[in-house]
Design a protein around this ligand. Structure first.
Ligand SMILES: C[C@@]1(CC(=O)O)C2=NC(=C\c3[nH]c(c(CCC(=O)O)c3CC(=O)O)Cc3[nH]c(c(CC(=O)O)c3CCC(=O)O)/C=C3\N/C(=C\2)[C@@H](CCC(=O)O)[C@]3(C)CC(=O)O)/[C@H]1CCC(=O)O
Ligand SMILES: NC(=O)c1ccc[n+]([C@@H]2O[C@H](COP(=O)([O-])OP(=O)(O)OC[C@H]3O[C@@H](n4cnc5c(N)ncnc54)[C@H](O)[C@@H]3O)[C@@H](O)[C@H]2O)c1
Length: 187
């Protein structure tokens, strides 16, 4: 059976408050990804792996409570207890907050793609939940297409944006200018 047709987006988590429920290896992996995106991370779990205590997160060492969701932009749950994961999802849905329960797509309002970063470029592949193993394989193949000159070009084009805004009067002119520069650089 086909799953949902997911809406693809890039979230700006800089300085935004994110809750991670659970403090095991899987939670650690998610926390590292969230911190790398600039999120302000709170972890709630009775037990946490030692690595988590060395990261710049707020640790709350007890079981999850509904009010832990207060003020969060989104929540990721990675506990080993299905009833807790279910409760987090139900609470998040009731508050219209984004929720990912790791590896349980029916308890997710968003799922995670396989990602390759070559800043500022990011390649993300989702199979819509059909196969994470296939998503990883495709991610690696597509990542090989993204070369250092693409990242350099992206940086140079970004630097030209203020000039284009002030120099060209219309959207059409700016579009033609940037398309021309990309074609000139890459053929
Ligand atoms: C891409 C990645 C991103 C990330 O997690 O950051 C990610 N899973 C990764 C790895 C991975 N996960 C699994 C394996 C074993 C091989 C396999 O089963 O294929 C491997 C491979 C490995 O471990 O190397 C098992 C698995 N995963 C899900 C289920 C449930 C199910 O299938 O129903 C099961 C079965 C559990 C079981 O059998 O018990 C569900 C989800 N996993 C997703 C994402 C979402 C859909 C992504 C998409 O659209 O493709 C979704 C729906 C929800 C979510 O978790 O967001 C990350 C790679 C990170 C990287 O390499 O950078
Ligand atoms: N380990 C893996 O490779 C792997 C891979 C994919 C998925 N998973 C699944 O992901 C989940 C987490 O895996 P893990 O290896 O990190 O598990 P783990 O057992 O090491 O960690 C579970 C964490 O959940 C916390 N927890 C338990 N009850 C809680 C509650 N009421 N409130 C808040 N936190 C609570 C525990 O304190 C612990 O920190 C499991 O369901 C597992 O099946 C594991």
């Amino acid at each position: 059976m086909d799953g949902p047709r997911y809406y693809m987006a890039c979230l700006d988590l800089t300085g935004r408050s994110v809750l991670v429920v659970g403090g095991g290896r899987v939670a650690l992996e998610k926390v590292e990804g969230l911190l790398a995106s600039g999120a302000d991370v709170t972890v709630v779990a009775p037990q946490v792996v030692p690595e988590l205590t060395r990261l710049a997160v707020t640790l709350v060492r007890r079981g999850y409570r509904s009010e832990d969701l207060d003020g969060r932009f989104l929540v990721v749950a990675a506990t080993s207890t299905t009833s807790v994961n279910r409760r987090v999802f139900r609470d998040a849905e009731a508050r219209a907050q984004l929720c990912n329960v790791v590896d349980v797509p029916e308890l997710c309002s968003f799922i995670l793609p396989a990602v390759h970063r070559h800043d500022p470029i990011a390649v993300a592949v989702s199979t819509g939940g059909a196969s994470p193993a296939l998503a990883q394989r495709l991610r690696d193949e597509i990542a090989a297409v993204v070369r250092p000159e693409h990242a350099d070009l992206a940086r140079r084009l970004r630097a030209l944006r203020p000039f284009a805004q002030s120099h060209f009067a219309t959207y059409e002119e700016r579009k033609a200018y940037f398309a021309g520069l990309v074609a000139e650089a890459l053929g």
